[in-house]
Write a protein that binds this ligand. Structure first.
Ligand SMILES: Nc1ncnc2c1ncn2[C@@H]1O[C@H](COP(=O)(O)OP(=O)(O)OP(=O)(O)O)[C@@H](O)[C@H]1O
Ligand code: SF4
Ligand SMILES: [Mg+2]
Length: 342
């Protein structure tokens, strides 16, 4: 969505993450579940899903978030949407620390940020009609007074769904139509910010394009801000103003979209964006990368990327590189930038 109506660089921050970390107790495997069952369990190891993330999203911008599976994108998305709290660090929403919000202000903040998931079917109760699904949250929060009909019609129309079919159940629709119902549900609480987590990944390519165009239209009509998580570099390139690249719980590079695709700085980004054979026209998936992604249970010391980095040197194994601005709006975390600056 690089044809922004306003210049996002000039708008105030909507969301700011400051040194946000999130840890989880690891999900127990079969052996651990048996050990728990017989009372012989050892403490479960800790997953470092996010590690001191600093990130700002400005009003009106679309930030694309990419990285390999398990690097922490959904965890970051859930924290950004306010449905998960950090283990450490602060999340500022419209300038206020989310942890300090109470009562009506907290309720408003909860509604102002909405998340749209990959699988609309899992998010939609199969026994509720489309109308009931879209009306549910606005009714609970007092946005609908009296009959929900015209309110629901308006949001279904915004999402490009035929309101004449609102009495049907979700399974009676195609994946694309269900995605629209899911979007109408999110819009119906009048959010400012949408976190789209692989929101088009399950759809056919032609339907994906329609839903992406819908997101772009909604951005202009409703002044929306987006955090857009996707494995598909073509999608990210198409929709984003800025892109953040994650590796093993850290953001390692951040830049305007054209800059990151034209001049990737971090060795990981360079490998990630290396040209790959196109599976289908318009699809750019990640390049296959040498070496396995290390486990977030035991991330490597220093630069997390050093075991796979062709340019790794002694310092990389000991010291985590800091994010450094290398061009206006372009930040990257690699020790090689210190050498160039020196
Ligand atoms: N509720 C949870 N309990 C335990 N571990 C979790 C939980 N949620 C996420 N994790 C772990 O945190 C790490 C980051 O997970 P996350 O889902 O954020 O990654 P992701 O980048 O979204 O991956 P994908 O691209 O596969 O969706 C993973 O190791 C994951 O197993
Ligand atoms: S800090 Fe070192 S290991 Fe990490 S990306 Fe840069 S050169 Fe490679
Ligand atoms: Mg995910």
């Amino acid at each position: 969505m690089s044809t922004a109506v306003t210049s996002p660089a000039a708008t105030p921050p909507l969301l700011e993450l400051r040194k946000v970390s999130r840890r989880f107790g690891a999900r127990p495997d079969l052996a651990a579940r048996i050990a728990i069952g017989i009372g012989a369990a050892k403490p479960l190891p800790v997953v470092h899903a996010l590690d001191e993330i600093d990130l700002t999203i400005r009003e009106g911008e679309v930030l694309g978030l990419v990285g390999e599976s398990g690097c922490g994108k959904s965890t970051l998305g859930r924290i950004a949407a306010g449905i998960l709290t950090p283990s450490q660090g602060q999340v500022f929403w419209k300038g206020e620390d989310r942890a300090n919000l109470r009562g009506r202000r907290k309720r408003d903040a909860d509604l102002e940020a909405q998340m749209i998931f990959q699988n609309p079917m899992a998010a939609l109760n199969p026994r509720m009609s489309v109308e009931a699904l879209v009306a549910e949250a606005p009714k609970v929060h007092g946005l609908i007074k009296g009959n929900s009909g015209s309110y629901v019609d308006e949001y279904l129309r915004k999402a490009g769904f035929d309101a004449g079919m609102k009495n049907r159940l979700p399974h009676q629709f195609s994946g694309g139509q269900r995605a629209r119902v899911n979007i109408a549900r999110a819009l119906a609480v009048q959010p400012d910010f949408l976190v789209c987590d692989e929101s088009v990944a399950a759809l056919d390519v032609s339907i994906q394009a329609q839903i992406l165009n819908l997101f772009m239209d909604l951005r202009e009509q409703l002044d929306l801000t987006y955090l857009f998580v996707s494995h598909d570099l073509g999608v990210v390139e198409h929709v984003s103003d800025r892109v953040a690249i994650m590796y093993l719980g850290r953001i390692i590079e951040e830049a305007p979209v054209d800059e990151v695709f034209a001049r990737p700085n971090h060795p990981y980004t360079q490998q990630l964006l290396a040209e790959v054979p196109r599976i289908r026209p318009g699809k750019r998936r990640f390049a296959a990368m040498k070496g396995e992604l290390p486990s977030p249970l035991n991330p490597p010391k220093g630069c997390h990327f050093h075991p796979r980095c062709p340019l790794a040197h002694d310092r990389c194994r000991l010291e985590a590189p800091k994010m450094r601005e290398i061009a206006p709006g372009h930040r990257s975390a690699c020790h090689l930038n210190d050498k160039q600056a020196a």
